[in-house]
Design a binder for this molecule. Structure first.
Ligand code: ASP
Length: 316
């Protein structure tokens, strides 16, 4: 029987047990498990990998704990500008958006771009216009406001620094209220089709319309039934330069590596050489799952039809 599986992440970075309270830790674990359950149910009922990854990400985008949708970080100008992408491994269709504002669920807009725009990647005001035309749900600025993200931003807004939502910046206060995380999901469905998706607010204090790896097909997000579906998280710039998720696919396709070997090579060898802190999750069309990171931690969860199940934050 075709195995099916789902993995999700909620960001990687300097996530240390000693900085975490048990209440916060529990909140992360149960949020991840709720999002996983929603996507997994879709797969169990015979739904597509694309629908499963989208549904899990919507739950994470609606959750203030994560740096995507509602919990998106502040830019230099004090706004929330979000990026997202989704890709279907069956037909290599993809949709992505960057620098969008006030869209409740960026992943829903990215899916709409994939299915109904004749394009792959829309940005800024044009992407917002497309959202309005397609009747995608918008929210006012207040919906996206959270005090702790505002405080995070206040620490560095007068500097030229920008920070990964989850990494020590030298500004210790930034770490006190560690609620961060780009979100992503990868799935293999009962038909052996795979999909990958990622959604983020990017990096705190980003400016000049900075776009990270998350919405870039082949960098932060990729899916191809022949090889793998990948969603990345971490410092976007090195992930872009490494063409990280497509590189995993290439190592499988051209070098015959397994999913686990290929992800290991990219995360622990290639990205490390570029100082690329972070990690990624992946599935292949046999339902195999890998979740690998070179940072202190990565919020992550997975479940397979073979009964394998894991939720975790730190290195084990
Ligand atoms: N990769 C994302 C970016 O650079 C950030 C993250 O994963 O948290 O925009």
């Amino acid at each position: 029987m075709q195995e099916f599986s789902l993995a999700i992440h909620g960001g990687a970075g300097t996530i240390l047990k000693e900085d975490m309270t048990s209440v916060l830790e529990q909140a992360y674990i149960s949020s991840l498990e709720d999002a996983l359950a929603v996507g997994y149910k879709i797969l169990e009922e015979g739904g597509s990998a694309v629908n499963a990854v989208k549904a899990s990400i919507v739950i994470l985008e609606d959750n203030l704990l994560f740096n995507a949708g509602r919990g998106a970080v502040f830019t230099k100008k004090g706004l929330q500008e979000m990026d997202a992408a989704i890709m279907n491994g069956k037909d290599l269709l993809a949709g992505a958006v960057a620098g969008i504002r006030n869209v409740r669920n960026p992943i829903v807009l990215a899916t709409e771009v994939m299915l109904n725009s004749n394009h792959v990647f829309l940005s800024g005001k044009g992407a917002n216009d497309f959202a309005i035309k397609q009747g995608i749900k918008l929210e006012p600025d207040e919906y996206f406001f959270s005090q702790f993200r505002y405080d995070q931003w206040k620490q560095i807004r007068d500097s030229d620094n920008y920070s990964l939502d989850h990494t020590h910046t030298g500004v210790e206060e930034l770490m006190k209220d560690k609620k961060f995380g780009t979100v992503g999901a990868v799935a293999c469905d009962k038909n052996g089709n795979i999909a990958g998706a990622t959604s983020t607010g990017g990096m705190t204090n980003k400016k000049y319309g900075r776009i990270g790896d998350s919405p870039l097909i082949g960098a932060g997000t990729y899916a191809n039934n022949k090889t793998c579906a990948i969603s990345c998280t971490g410092h976007g710039e090195p992930f872009i330069r490494a063409v990280a998720s497509y590189d995993v696919s290439c190592l499988i396709e051209y070098k015959g590596m397994s999913l686990a070997e290929a992800i290991h090579e990219v995360v622990h060898v290639k990205l490390v050489k570029l100082n690329g802190e972070g990690g990624m999750i992946g599935v292949d069309a046999h339902g195999n799952v890998a979740m690998v990171f070179n940072s202190a931690g990565m919020y992550r969860a997975m479940k397979t039809s073979e009964g394998e199940k894991f939720t975790g934050i730190y290195k084990d």
